[in-house]
Design a protein around this ligand. Structure first.
Ligand code: ADP
Length: 488
């Protein structure tokens, strides 16, 4: 489906907003994590409130040009003396879904790097994305709010406040910066500044400077008109030294402009009643398909059929310290001693990939692991597991535990950020302390609860009845855009 005309005139008196989302990922074309799910689904959800949202991401090498339509040819983007010739493509979607094509910058295997190493020109790649967004707003999609996602879009407010400050096209235009994960900051040496064609006056502690380096995330924090992050609890946590990554002071300074809006999910993609990616469909009324999914998952991972009567724990995760991979290294041995089974899918830090592979080798027939990124398998794990483990060190929102609720796969989570906001006693199991012992204690409690079949089923059904669709969260974004545009 094509997202209507490429350009339509703005209606300045309308109570709704025209929003251009700027992001490094959007499902289904470019995804490594939850950011993509959010940017790929929020624009459609906003339509219910009358808002018109478009999305711009880079056209990475992995995105086939076949199926895309070129909507702007030769869009010159000047960064000082250097000119990047880009074009803009549009992908079929329910909203205008634009891709900035500039093969020398984005036509590579990875989004951010390869073999665990960031591309050395990421500062240019994402500065060009930000300038590309401003060019798209001028030529293709008249924009009233730039909704900038994470550090890769962090320079949009900086350019608008300096280079384009007196440009009549952007008078009255507002910016919203959404932090999906403060752990990723876009930090570069000060020497890159001249390459960015940014006013050097912005390099100050209440601007882009972070202890002598240029910080793209700080640019967003300091210079956007409004800020938010993806759960109420994480919005509070990032203002503390423990979770602030050194930016807690900058965030506290903007506390009045900062809010927490929980991510919604798109149940058209994540619903066991309709999911085409799972071997059998099921619902709260008829759970028999879930058993079939478990059986198929055990077979797929080469685990014994005996496991049908024991708890099967699932994990789908980027394998990083953030996701609690180091807690599992502490707890793994004792975990399998509980007569439970574990299937895990993930990729990320080589150190943790090796740990997971090592765990599978040490406990064959108990633990099975796939290293890689596989959306179909992520769905099959959500459907086939009994419990879903997320022992995150910190978690801005987390989507997998929300998907798990809908699939009747009871979450066992660390009570942090969005995990704390979405899981409650009665739908899942939480632990507070970031220790292997606390994780084990919560799992043991879950394993004991699993033994009581009818009570376990009630826990599953309570989770399946939860509604984390975009309804409420898209309304909150819509209200925020309108507040920014002073249309409330
Ligand atoms: P984060 O964005 O921090 O990685 P979230 O829980 O918010 O974590 O979102 C993760 C999203 O990425 C989910 O849709 C999940 O299914 C998906 N995902 C993560 N790792 C993999 C993987 N290895 N294969 C397939 N999907 C994955």
């Amino acid at each position: 489906m094509w997202g209507g005309p490429a350009y339509s005139a703005p209606c300045y008196n309308s109570p709704v907003a025209r929003v251009l989302m700027v992001s490094s990922e959007a499902a289904p074309l470019a995804k490594t994590g939850g950011l993509a799910d959010v940017v790929g689904s929020l624009p459609s959800a906003l339509q219910a409130y009358g808002d018109e949202a478009a999305v711009l991401i880079p056209r990475y090498g992995s995105i086939d040009l076949k199926g895309l339509r070129r909507v702007f040819e030769r869009l010159p983007i000047h960064l000082g003396p250097t000119r990047y010739d880009a074009s803009v493509y549009q992908a079929p979607a329910e909203f205008p879904f634009y891709l900035l094509d500039c093969p020398p910058l984005y036509g590579r295997e990875g989004f951010y790097g390869e073999s665990g190493l960031d591309y050395p020109d990421n500062h240019i790649r994402f500065a060009v994305l930000c300038r590309g967004a401003i060019a798209v707003a001028r030529t293709l999609f008249k924009t009233e709010v730039f909704h900038c996602h994470d550090w890769q879009a962090g320079l949009v407010p900086a350019y608008l406040r300096t280079t384009f400050a007196t440009d009549p096209t952007f008078l009255g235009v507002k910016t919203l910066f959404t932090i999906h994960n403060l752990g990723y900051q876009g930090l570069f040496p000060k020497t890159v500044l001249p390459e960015l064609a940014l006013d050097p006056a912005l390099f100050r502690p209440d601007g882009l400077e972070f202890f002598g380096s240029v910080s793209y995330v700080k640019g967003g924090i300091a210079l956007a008109d409004a800020l938010n992050t993806v759960s109420p609890t994480y919005a509070k946590q990032i203002q503390t030294p423990e979770y602030g990554f050194g930016l807690d002071g900058a965030l506290r300074a903007r506390a009045d402009a900062l809010s927490g809006i929980l991510n919604g999910v798109d149940y058209r993609d994540w619903n066991p009643e309709t999911d085409p990616l799972i071997p059998a469909r099921y619902s709260a009324e008829d759970l028999s398909g879930k058993r079939a999914c478990k059986e198929a998952l055990l077979a797929e991972f080469g685990l014994p059929h005996d496991a049908m009567e024991r708890p099967l724990i699932g994990m789908v995760s980027r394998l990083t310290r953030q996701k609690g991979a180091d807690l599992l290294t502490e707890a793994a041995g004792q975990l399998v001693a509980e007569d439970v089974y574990l299937v895990a899918l993930g990729n990320g830090d080589p150190e943790y990939e090796e740990f997971f592979e090592g765990m599978a080798a040490e406990f064959p027939g108990r633990v099975a692991v796939r290293i890689g990124f596989d959306n179909g398998l992520a769905h099959r794990i959500e459907a086939g597991a009994d419990m879903f483990l997320m022992p995150s060190h910190y978690e801005p929102c987390g989507l997998n535990q929300i998907y798990s609720l809908k699939y009747g796969t009871v979450p066992v989570v660390r009570a942090t950020g969005g995990l704390d906001d979405t899981i409650e006693a009665g739908t899942g199991f939480k632990f507070q302390e970031y220790t292997g012992a606390a994780l084990l204690e919560a799992l043991r409690e879950a394993v004991r609860a699993y033994a009581n079949g009818p009570a376990w089923r009630d826990t599953m059904l309570r989770g399946m009845a939860k509604d984390f669709s975009w309804k409420i969260s898209a309304a909150a974004y819509s209200a925020l855009y309108r507040r920014l545009l002073e249309r409330t």
